[in-house]
Design a protein around this ligand. Structure first.
Ligand code: LFR
Length: 478
């Protein structure tokens, strides 16, 4: 009668990890990182791509280490849940082979196809059905850039992992909602758009909901990992942001959230999509959350700006720890220059400090040539972007919010959290850092019957298991 544990595969744009999640029905999720590995876009075959083969090898390595740890503890891994970034996909042929390493959304090939897609389906019509914010790299624009799709199926990145582990082809619904080919109201594929764009009707496999079982592991996977034969892959909020939002430790209904990592996803949770023209013009998205909720949010720039600067500085031989950089930035004045952190000029990799300096110059200001000044500019700009986006969300939904939860890597950035409280005028509750993995594990635990309830109950589990930090806005009476 070994104790049940869950494996979470959580891969972001800069690193991936395989974790073991132990869930107690009263004190939340305890995560143990079993294997961590780097990720990043690579230049390959004339494009910016993900080295999927290398990632899959790391996942297998992590799962076999997890199997060894669990069996050493007398524990049993009941299931595996997988989440990654959204939008991107790999093309698989009839024989189940990946035809190329998947393109990254940071590749610019889809820029050229946007107009063609919009001449087949107007942006107004696209939004009224899908409710998806316009981003040049949304899946439909990427698919429109493919030279050939006959006989191929597109598997979104987490679904591609699940397929290689189980042999089952499915599209998990929260991630399907980022394709631009998914109906926000019905939760089904927008097949009329597939037709209008001349895409094969079965370009995506059938939908699966978080909590449903994808399948058991292939014999070759059992052999390579040493996992028990009854281990299953369970669909979770496979879009990392969906898992993160499911694990926002909110205790009041009128909360806003910021999932802060490579990107910052800023918004509120709704029961039904907002598909108005005003919402389209403000470029808010209606992506699916766990339990068919709507993640009403906008992509704001994120810590990508910072990590790309650090990469550039390290290449120039400048290496100051992030902590001391942030301390130096915190000591600078709050009225320095700002940029629009969401500007697509920051999407591609390389030369980030130069691009930020150029953006500041375009606003008529000057940015000092010191890393701390650049870091301060990024932090002020992100906090301003968060405040602006939150105000837009309140206006467009007609709801006010009383508290802002920051989850993900950015929740440990004290400067960013305080600046966000100051800019929004609302208290900020920071944590957990690993919200995505927590959401992943909790959906599996619920599917296994270890925890029960809706998102409210899952969130109470997160709150019970996390030390949260609270930031009051400057000038507030506390
Ligand atoms: C965050 C995220 C965002 C999505 C972006 C690209 O990791 O998943 O939600 O807009 O990556 O896929």
């Amino acid at each position: 009668n070994s104790k049940a544990v869950f494996a979470a595969v959580d891969i972001g744009a800069s690193s991936g990890r395989v974790m073991l999640g132990r869930v107690s029905p009263t004190s939340g999720v305890a995560l143990e990182t079993i294997h961590r590995f780097p990720n990043g876009v690579v230049e390959l075959d004339g494009g910016l791509r993900w080295d999927f083969d290398a990632l899959f090898a790391e996942v297998l390595k992590g799962l076999s280490a997890a199997a060894a740890v669990a069996s050493g503890n007398g524990e049993r891994i009941l299931s595996i849940g997988i989440d990654t970034w959204a939008v991107d996909y790999g093309l698989v042929n009839d024989a189940g082979k990946l035809t190329a390493q998947p393109y990254s959304y940071r590749d610019e090939r889809s820029r050229a196809t946007v107009e063609r897609v919009h001449s087949a389906i107007s942006p107004e019509k696209l939004y009224a059905t899908t409710g998806l914010q316009y981003l040049q790299f949304n899946t439909l624009y990427q698919l429109a850039a493919e030279p050939k799709l006959d006989g191929l199926q597109a598997l979104l990145i987490p679904d591609l992992f699940a397929f290689l582990l189980t042999g089952e082809r499915r599209t998990e619904a929260t991630n399907a909602s980022t394709t631009g080919l998914f109906n926000a109201e019905t939760g089904e594929w927008a097949t009329e758009f597939l037709d209008a764009l001349g895409l094969p009707g079965d370009i995506f496999p059938p939908l699966i909901q978080p909590g449903e079982t994808v399948g058991t592991l292939l014999p070759s996977v059992l052999e390579q990992t040493g996992l028990p034969a009854d281990t299953v892959v369970v669909a979770v909020g496979s879009h990392d942001t969906a898992s993160a939002v499911a694990a926002v430790p909110a205790e009041v209904p009128d909360f806003a959230y910021i999932s802060s990592g490579t990107w910052s996803l800023v918004g509120v949770e709704l029961d039904a999509p907002v598909l108005s023209e005003a919402s389209r013009k403000a470029n808010f998205t209606n992506e699916r959350g766990v339990d068919s909720t709507i993640r009403y949010l906008r992509n704001v720039g994120g810590l990508w700006l910072l990590s790309e600067c650090q990469r550039a500085w390290a290449a120039q031989g400048f290496s100051q720890s992030l902590t001391s950089l942030l301390d130096a930035a915190a000591a600078l004045s709050a009225d320095g220059p700002r940029i629009n952190a969401d500007d697509p000029v920051f999407t591609a990799p390389d030369n980030m400090p130069d691009r930020i300096r150029a953006a500041v110059r375009n606003t008529g200001s000057v940015l000092a040539d010191r890393p701390a000044a650049v870091v301060r500019c990024i932090m002020d700009s992100l906090a301003a972007g968060y405040a602006r986006t939150l105000a837009d969300a309140e206006r467009l939904t007609g709801r006010s919010t009383s508290v802002v939860h920051i989850v993900g890597g950015g929740s440990q950035n004290r400067l960013l959290c305080q600046l966000t409280a100051d800019a929004t005028g609302k208290p900020v509750i920071a944590g957990p850092i690993e919200a995505t993995a927590q959401g992943n594990v909790l959906v599996q635990a619920r599917a296994a019957g270890v925890v029960t309830g809706g998102l409210k109950e899952l969130r109470a589990q997160v709150a019970a298991g996390t030390e949260l930090e609270r930031y009051e806005p400057a000038g507030a009476l506390v």
